[in-house]
Design a protein around this ligand. Structure first.
Ligand code: C2E
Ligand code: MG
Ligand code: MG
Ligand code: MG
Length: 292
């Protein structure tokens, strides 16, 4: 919006817009540098079964430790990486690194746990997804059945027929697919039946609101019911409090992810054994990280 500063000079950008653009271009340049110098690491957050809090799988979440800015959250830099297509190069590293880490944990004895990797719409569009996934599995020796791809609802419902088929090929090879942030993407519940998915991750908005707002509780209830009827696994995201945990459990939802159980970490205390991102200490499947 053009405006005058009172001296007859027109400005196209407000100071606030200018700041946002400077920040954007600064981060874009820093992102390029960070990719070439490999300044990222992965953190891992467990998704656990409600009955015994045994780990079902880990979600891989990228972390960027900037030398001056400190930790920059993915919610700030992933959109920039997507707009600039830098997510392609970064995403190649994310998948390979996540598979490598899980393969190392498998070899250290944690056999049954899977790794789940976020994949953006830009990657689905520009990468030959089936070959891309198989390549990382082959390079790291991770079995296909130990990998899950997380794709947001809004990306999945706008995906082309070709992308849907590639995802289905991945599933036929044993890879799982989860619909992420479900409930925020405005798809109808009936589309769930047609999507190539195994897991529904219900957005944390519904978990946060459920105890205060009966409408959210009803939606949560119907997602859970329909999901189970379709044979899908349901995960509740963003469980921070014990009453949210109980609520979700009473709705029949079998898996939870959230700060109540564990924040994303690069190392874990699992029972008496330590699970570390860099050093391969041993963790056993079925060990509880937290008990209600
Ligand atoms: P997401 O895929 O929905 O990941 C879950 C986010 O919720 C993570 O935030 C996680 O730390 C956070 N979370 C987990 N439990 C709780 C809780 O109890 N309370 C609250 N308030 N938050 C919780 P994070 O790591 O900051 O990532 C944010 C988003 O950035 C992710 O949302 C995902 O969309 C994107 N992202 C993160 N890592 C990657 C990546 O490696 N690749 C891509 N393409 N996107 C990523
Ligand atoms: Mg996710
Ligand atoms: Mg999510
Ligand atoms: Mg999210």
């Amino acid at each position: 919006r053009a405006k005058t500063d009172g001296r007859g000079i027109f400005r196209v950008y407000s100071p606030e817009m200018g700041n946002k653009m400077r920040r954007y271009h600064y981060l874009l340049e820093e992102l390029r540098l960070a990719i070439s110098s490999n300044s990222f690491h992965m953190s891992f957050q467990p998704i656990v079964h409600v009955e015994d809090c045994a780990i079902d799988y880990f979600e891989a979440l990228i972390r960027w430790q900037h030398p001056i800015e400190g930790l920059i959250p993915p919610s700030e830099f992933i959109p920039i990486a997507e707009e600039s297509n830098l997510i392609l190069e970064l995403g190649d590293w994310i998948l390979l690194e996540s598979c490598r880490q899980m393969s190392a944990w498998h070899n250290a004895g944690m056999k049954k746990v899977k790794i789940s990797v976020n994949v953006s719409g830009i990657q689905l569009k520009h990468r030959d997804i089936y070959n891309w996934v198989m390549d990382s599995l082959n390079k790291t020796g991770l079995p296909a059945s130990s990998l899950m791809l997380e794709i947001t609802e809004s990306t999945l419902i706008t995906a082309s027929e070709d992308i849907i088929q590639q995802l289905d090929s991945c599933r036929k090879a044993g890879v799982s697919v989860a619909i992420d942030d479900f409930g925020t993407g405005f798809s109808s519940l009936s589309t769930l039946a047609d999507l190539p998915i195994d897991v529904i991750k219900i957005d944390k908005l519904f978990i946060t609101q459920a105890n205060e707002n009966p409408k959210y509780l009803k939606i949560l209830n119907s997602i859970s019911e329909l999901g189970h009827q379709l044979g899908l696994k349901i995960v509740a995201e963003g469980v921070e409090q014990i009453d949210q945990f109980e609520l979700v459990k009473n709705l029949g939802i079998r898996c939870v992810q959230g700060y109540l159980v564990s924040r994303p970490e690069t190392s874990y205390n699992v029972g008496s054994k330590v699970l570390t991102g860099n050093v391969n200490h041993i963790a056993t499947t079925g060990t509880s990280v937290w008990l209600p």
